[in-house]
Design a protein around this ligand. Structure first.
Ligand SMILES: *Cc1c(COP(=O)(O)O)cnc(C)c1O
Length: 403
């Protein structure tokens, strides 16, 4: 039993301050464009909604119907593709990585491929150059899924702005949050214009959804601290794990109905206020990650997913690979409900979610399954203190050692 009433969040989100809730400048798209050094951005009600707008725009100008995605990613990506009447095609990962297997990607891409969606998972940076080359060779677009990578850069350029289209999530748990929100960008100005038109046609104001999200954002503001997280996040987590439902425990049990509505002025103003503190917050996370990464990497058998030279990731949490699925599960047995910020990301490779299985042809995705079975996440929240971090390192060492 967890006694301390103290819960470290699984990802280091930016806490709100009361002053953030005051009305103010509501032009979040301009503020984020400035933050990312982009000419403009477009705000949607979720990362998924941003992807729906992007795919709808691409679909309107092409007869192509296949969208290639990593076999280990957020289930919402597959749901968005299906929502748009397009066919999701799974590409396996490279071994021990969240990157697409570039050889398999080459084989999958042809003149029916509308888009390829590489993913910058957990603030780490996908290897884009080969994906761009393979996709563009067959005339497909690259949509960067930077949902978990706001504030990550490759060669000085914000990830999400390197492919043809990119999107970021402003959902709870992904850094800067409006409780739910998304940011959309396209490199080409004419395509950006199309994305705005599609959004204007597709997305309406909806007072009820906006009221609900506003209350949820207030709840986040009130409860995003270790005690509030114990109540609002830790207790439901433990309940779901007691009934042996890990998909519910991490919130992977998504609905196929994707809400599409405009983001109201108040939530945008909250985002603008909070965004002013984001660069300093992210810098503090990079400093903390730089201290803790070598300690984790020294644990025999543990692999820490890291950034390639020339890239600077965002560090909401660490993704750690254990030597075997058994070792990973042994570590989780002790740590998942310990309030120490240890969790899993997506539970399964996409074909292994019961509610998604109908979307895919039987696919052999051994590396994605292996990644799902050996990976766990450790929060990079500053609320994980040194003693708690040491405890996690020690449990990981024991689990990896037993194999
Ligand atoms: C969360 C997430 C999405 C969807 O973003 P929402 O804002 O939650 O709709 C897409 N891709 C990845 C990798 C994600 O983590």
């Amino acid at each position: 039993m967890h006694k301390l009433w103290y819960e470290v969040p699984p990802t280091a989100g930016l806490p709100l301050r009361w002053r953030d809730l005051m009305p103010g400048d509501a032009n979040l798209s301009a503020a984020i464009a400035q933050y990312l050094a982009l000419p403009e951005t477009q705000i949607e009600c979720s990362g998924t909604a941003a992807l729906v707008v992007a795919l709808t725009a691409l679909r309107q100008e092409s007869a192509r119907y296949k969208v290639i995605l990593p076999a280990y990613t957020c289930p919402l990506v597959a749901l968005a593709v299906a929502h748009c009447g397009l066919q999701p095609i799974l590409c396996d990962l490279r071994a021990d990585s969240f990157d697409l297997d570039h050889e398999q990607l080459s084989r999958l891409c042809d003149d029916t491929t509308l888009a390829v969606i590489p993913t910058h998972l957990g603030g780490r940076i996908a290897d884009l150059a080969p994906v761009l080359a393979i996709a563009h060779r067959v005339g497909a677009r690259v949509i960067e899924d930077a949902a978990q990578a706001l504030g990550a850069y490759a060669q000085g350029q914000a990830v999400g702005s390197i492919g043809d289209i990119g999107f970021w999530s402003l959902a709870v748990g992904k850094g800067l949050t409006l409780y739910e929100g998304g940011v959309l960008f396209a490199r080409d100005a004419a395509l950006r214009q199309r994305l705005r038109q599609v959004s204007a046609q597709l997305v309406q104001h909806d007072a009820l959804w906006e009221l609900r999200r506003s209350l949820e954002l207030l709840g986040y503001g009130a409860l995003y601290h270790p005690l509030g997280l114990y109540l609002a996040y830790g207790r439901p987590l433990r309940r779901a794990l007691r009934r042996d439902d890990p998909v519910a425990a991490v919130g992977d049990d998504f609905d196929a109905a994707i809400p599409l509505h405009r983001v109201g002025r108040w939530r945008q103003a909250v985002g603008v206020h909070a965004l002013a503190r984001l660069p300093a917050f992210q810098q503090s996370l990079r400093v903390l990650a730089a201290q803790r990464k070598p300690v984790l990497a020294q644990v025999p058998g543990i692999q820490v997913l890291d950034d390639a030279p020339g890239t600077q990731g965002a560090w909401p949490f660490f993704m750690l690979l254990l030597p075997t699925a058994r070792a990973r599960d042994a570590a989780l047995e002790e740590l998942w409900t310990a309030g120490l910020g240890v969790s899993r990301l997506f539970i399964h490779a996409l074909p292994d979610y019961a509610y998604l299985a109908h979307l895919f042809h039987a696919s052999a995705v051994p590396n994605a399954r292996d990644f799902a079975s050996r990976m766990l996440t450790l929060s990079n929240s500053p609320w994980l203190n040194e003693a708690q971090f040491a405890r996690v390192v020690s449990v990981l060492g024991d689990a990896a050692n037993r194999g």
